[in-house]
Design a protein around this ligand. Sequence first.
Ligand code: SF4
Length: 240
Amino acid sequence: MDEVLKATQYSGIKEANTRIISASQLGADPQEVLMRYKYGIIDDDTIGQNTLGSLVHIALEKIYSNKKGILVEYCPKPIKIDDLFLTGSIDRIDIINKEIIDIKVTKTYAIKKMIEGTSEAYRWQLSAYRYLMYRETGDDFKCFIEAWDKQGGYDVRKGEDIPTKQKIEIEPYSYEQVKARFRKLVEFVKKGVEKQCDDVFLRKIKGKTVPLKCLKYCSYNKVCKFYNPKVETVMTGWDV
Ligand code: SF4
């Protein structure tokens, strides 16, 4: 079980009081990054929907760990602005073909969004990895998501095969854009003026607008002053 929980944790710098912005946070709302700066990582030891993802990561790490020209769970040298480090732990790197591969275990709908290029958070994450690798090696890498579909297989209703695994190339942001975004987040965090996240998950439920992101996806909702517990009452009876 410990191994499952460890599988999604960053294994790079661990010094006390080190402040980091991880690659996966680069596309996050600045308020969430500020919350992490103030409160650190809020542990979530529950075994939920991420458990399958962790198991797939462990299995793939073991399969690829001894392959020639492949690095798994690689942490490139972090980059610092002020006292904040940009860090990343890359699922797999193909050194020979200069490919960065991030593994996602998700549903058909989310994979469709990746293929359409509408997943900005993932695009920033991969771009950050690419920038870290460029700074370390001087080489330009291509970025890919290896998407594993939890709903993959034969769909009886549609009468078609849904691929279980797809390799999707992600168009990265330029190194300049990554640097600018990292700097903007550092400035926001250092200023420390909080603001409500733009909630891309707003839903109209029973005639009321509910910030679903705060409620369902944000681990800082117990400490963030913008989280309104009243939404939980609104959500009663709904599968969130
Ligand atoms: S609780 Fe809501 S506003 Fe606060 S950081 Fe999380 S998503 Fe943003």
